[in-house]
Structure formats: C-alpha cells, structure tokens
Design a protein around this ligand. Structure first.
Ligand SMILES: [Zn+2]
Length: 177
C-alpha cells in the first residue's frame, strides 16, 4: 500500500517530501516527543555514522555520508567503535508531526471504531522505527514546550509510507494519562 501513489510525478514527490520534512523537523512544525524506554531494557539503535552490514549487523567500516564524523574507508567508525549500534538513553526526544484530529489522520486501514478516544497519529522519519518500537511511553509537550504531562503508549506498529522508498512511518498512540 502506498498512500502517495496518486501523486507520484517526480516534481510532486519532491514538493510533498519537502512539506512532510518540514512538518516533522525541529525548525518546522514538528512536535517534541519524549520517548521513554523500559528501564529494564537497554535499547540499541543503528549507528548514525557508518554503513551497517545487513547480515552481521556490524559496522562495515565505511562512512555513511551523512553522520556527524566522517572517517576514511576501512578505519573503525569513531561513533560506534565498530559495533554498528549505539546504546540509547532511557529516554530520548525526537521530533514528529503529531496529528491530534481524527479528520487529519492518514488512512492506514484501521477500523475507526476500534481506535480509543483521545488517540493520536504521528508521522516521523523511517529511521525512528526502532526507537518507536522500543518505546514504553511517549510524552508530548504542549505548544510552549513546557508541559510534558500528556502521556501516550503505542497502539499500532509503525506503518511505512513514502514515495517508493518508505521515507516515513505512521504510528497510532493511545492516551494513558
Ligand atoms: Zn558506526
């Protein structure tokens, strides 16, 4: 399923991608979402600095072109020391587009009757998939960024959407406090 199939000319792809990137980003309309991970579980996330061998799940010793610290090919990645993953803190703030109103939700094939009152939908970049899957709860700030007492838990596995290459994920959350 691809919700963007109907607008797939290259120009539109770019326009929509830019619009969604802005919707998600910290300097666009993105909302600060604080993910908490179960304190008994140490969460790991793929290293953001090197290419990772898809089979052995280890660093390939090759800079990925976008990470914070470039390094020569064949050297040990200075960010993960060759492990290919980073241990993440028990909580972490990421930016997502938060869609509160059901009217604005993207249809991912859920039965609206089964969605609890007060639920919301988020759109985020595909690289947040593992973080969201590992999250125990999510606190969202109000518009001033000061109030963290709206607490949610994940109510669906994230669904990939995008322009032929699954750039984004959509997740449903239900209110717990
Ligand atoms: Zn690395």
């Amino acid at each position: 399923m691809n919700i963007f199939d109907s607008v797939l000319t290259p120009q539109y792809k770019q326009v929509y991608k830019d619009a969604i990137d802005s919707l998600i980003s910290s300097n666009g309309l993105g909302t600060q979402c604080k993910l908490s991970y179960n304190s008994n579980i140490t969460s790991a996330t793929d290293c953001n600095n090197c290419l990772i061998d898809p089979i052995y799940k280890k660093s390939m010793g090759k800079y990925n072109g976008s990470g914070p610290r470039s390094f020569p090919e064949g050297a040990v990645c200075p960010v993960c020391n060759g492990a290919g993953f980073l241990v993440v803190n028990n909580s972490e703030t990421i930016y997502m587009a938060v869609l509160v109103s059901e009217k604005n939700w993207i249809n991912i094939g859920l039965d609206p009757v089964k969605i609890p009152q007060g639920s919301l939908q988020t759109i985020s970049k595909a690289d947040t998939f593992n973080k969201i899957m590992n999250s125990y709860s999510m606190a969202i700030s109000d518009q001033n960024g000061t109030n963290n007492n709206l607490l949610y838990e994940r109510d669906s596995d994230p669904t990939y959407v995008g322009f032929g290459n699954n750039d984004y994920i959509i997740t449903m959350w239900k209110r717990i406090i």
